[in-house]
Design a binder for this molecule. Structure first.
Ligand code: PMP
Length: 389
């Protein structure tokens, strides 16, 4: 019964949000948040999305059920953006899900249905929700090293070595771009090597693609994923529109899967729809309908791309400024996306909080765009002082 439940250990990130909120020091810097912020510290609704929502409000005549795949036209319009030259491949199917989270859960449950004994190779560190999602299945977790805190770099050789120990049918979870929490992405030749490894060994890549367009650009950020699609005929990908369209709370994601032939893909879709029916029956509609309107309109799509460019440009500019502040922070310039990790101990993270009103996760992960333009220098100075103090 409920009386027997153990209290859940509080999520340290949620606790951090509370602490930051309670701090009234005017110089406070909150880089713990996991969402994009503009230079004024806001997470605005994109202009293009707002216009699409306005049209949706005017034109929508019914909120009757749509079905398990959600808004099929939305998924169709997103397809060339996510799949590029693989758009026309009938062996790849996709459907709308409640955010990237829903898509990850559904994807792992599909893989479990296909092979309950498969192992999932998960990089360390990774996004903290990956492991609990996989633990909701029978799939076994095997860790592989992704990032070396000491050298502040992707440890690709160790990663590749570990992946080579996977058996046919095992799954390799990979971040498509903008690695969360480290910002350390694979270079082009490293993606090529991973593609060779998964193809040679019959490993199934599972690409978590939550930040398309926030690294180097929509196409550039998909290059690794597309290389895997070139190399293998069995693959799963969880895509999120929550960050690149800024619709976080509306929960907009898609699940994509590729099998060796169209008939198997159709069968897999049947399983996917059965599994998702048990979990959420149908995904929420609002953001999908709005983004469908946006992507169906060339002018709105162009405006969205421009807004995405602005977000990406701000992140890149902040990265450059931090990298230029001190040689110790130079590594931040070469990384991608909103997150990076500082080589701080938990004690040093607490010191930043108490002495400098700077809030970040215990791991040293921080959100680059939590910084307003006038906070960058003070942030860098405080970090260096704590690091050397
Ligand atoms: N994967 C990664 C790596 C993420 O960082 C996030 C969100 N923080 C997600 C998936 C889930 O995204 P969504 O909010 O769309 O569920």
């Amino acid at each position: 019964t409920f009386a027997d439940l153990e209290p859940v250990k509080s999520d340290s990130l949620l606790a951090l949000i509370e602490l930051a909120r309670a701090d009234t020091r005017p110089e406070k810097i909150d880089v713990g948040v996991g969402v994009y912020r503009d230079s004024d510290g806001n997470t605005p609704i994109l202009r293009s999305v707002k216009q699409a929502e306005q049209r949706l409000w005017q034109d929508q005549t019914s909120k009757s059920y749509l079905g398990g795949r959600g808004d099929v036209r939305f998924t169709q319009l997103l397809r060339p953006i996510v799949l590029g030259a693989h758009d026309g491949d009938e062996r790849i199917a996709g459907l709308q899900t409640p955010g990237g989270c829903g898509s990850l859960t559904l994807g792992f449950k599909l893989l479990e249905a296909g092979n309950p004994d498969a192992r999932v190779f998960v990089g360390t560190p990774t996004w903290p929700n990956h492991v609990p999602i996989i633990r909701g299945t029978t799939l076994e977790i095997v860790e592989y090293p992704h990032y070396d805190r000491a050298s502040r770099k992707l440890c690709f050789d160790r990663m590749a070595e570990a992946l080579k120990s996977a058996r046919a049918g095992d799954i390799a979870l990979l971040h498509g771009c903008c690695h969360n929490p480290t910002g350390a992405d694979l270079a082009s030749d490293e993606w090529a090597e991973v593609a060779r490894i998964v193809a040679d060994r019959g490993i199934i890549p599972f690409v978590d693609f939550a930040y398309q367009g926030l690294g180097d650009g929509l196409e550039e950020d998909a290059a690794g994923f597309w290389r895997l699609l070139d190399a293998t005929d069995t693959l799963v990908a969880a895509h999120s529109c929550d960050k690149n369209f800024g619709v976080y709370r509306d929960r907009l994601g898609t699940l994509w899967f590729k099998t060796p032939d169209k008939a198997s893909t159709d069968i897999a879709m049947g399983h996917v729809l059965q599994i998702s029916r048990e979990m959420w029956s149908m995904p929420p509609d609002h953001a999908a309908a709005a983004i469908r309107i946006l992507l169906d309109d060339a002018a709105l799509t162009a405006d969205w791309r421009a807004e995405l460019d602005t977000m990406r440009g701000r992140i890149a500019a902040l990265r450059d400024r931090l990298a230029a502040a001190d040689s110790e922070l130079a590594y931040i310039g070469g990384q991608k996306g909103m997150f990076s990790m500082l080589p701080l101990t938990p004690d040093q993270v607490v010191k930043l909080r108490t002495d400098h009103a700077i809030y970040m996760a215990d791991s040293g992960r921080f959100n680059i765009c939590g910084l307003s333009d006038d906070q960058v220098d003070r942030f860098a100075a405080a970090v260096l002082q704590v690091m050397h103090g």
